[in-house]
Design a protein around this ligand. Structure first.
Ligand code: FE
Length: 131
C-alpha cells in the first residue's frame, strides 16, 4: 500500500514545470501582512487545456517551533477551455498563479502543494525569516 507522503514529488522548478514556485517579499516584518505568490510553470509553462491542467494549489505555514502546519489557503482552477461546444472551445482558462496575504509573529516555512490532473502531486518550500 502506498502512503500519500510517498506521492508528493519534488524537483528543481527551473527544470520541472509542475513544481509550485513560492515568492516571498524581500522585506518582511513580524506581525505585518505578508504577500505570498505561488505559481506553477514559472520557467517552463505547464499545459493548460481541457485534458491537462493544474487543478489545485494549497499553501501552508509551519512555524519553526510548531507541531503541525497551518493551512493559509486552497485554490482551485476550474476553467479549462471547455464549453457546451466541447473541449478547448471556450478560450477561457484559469492560470495556476495566486497571491495571498497572511501575517505571523513567527519565522518558519511556507509550504505549497500543486496537483496536476495527469502528473499528480508536487511540493516545494520557502523559508520565512524576518528582516
Ligand atoms: Fe502535468
Amino acid at each position: 500500500m502506498k502512503k500519500i507522503s510517498e506521492l508528493y514529488q519534488r524537483d528543481d522548478w527551473k527544470k520541472e514545470k509542475h513544481v509550485p514556485v513560492i515568492e516571498l517579499p524581500e522585506k518582511k516584518k513580524a506581525g505585518e501582512p505578508l504577500k505570498v505568490k505561488v505559481m506553477v510553470g514559472k520557467e517552463i509553462s505547464h499545459p493548460n487545456t481541457t485534458e491537462h491542467y493544474i487543478q489545485r494549489i494549497d499553501i501552508y505555514f509551519m512555524p519553526e517551533d510548531g507541531k503541525f502546519p497551518y493551512r493559509i489557503g486552497s485554490f482551485t482552477f476550474d476553467t479549462h477551455g471547455a464549453s457546451t461546444e466541447g473541449p478547448d472551445t471556450s478560450t477561457i482558462y484559469t492560470d495556476p498563479c495566486i497571491e495571498v496575504c497572511f501575517k505571523t509573529d513567527k519565522p518558519g516555512t511556507v509550504m505549497a502543494t500543486s496537483y496536476c490532473n495527469i502528473h499528480g502531486l508536487w511540493t516545494n518550500e520557502a523559508e520565512l525569516k524576518f528582516s
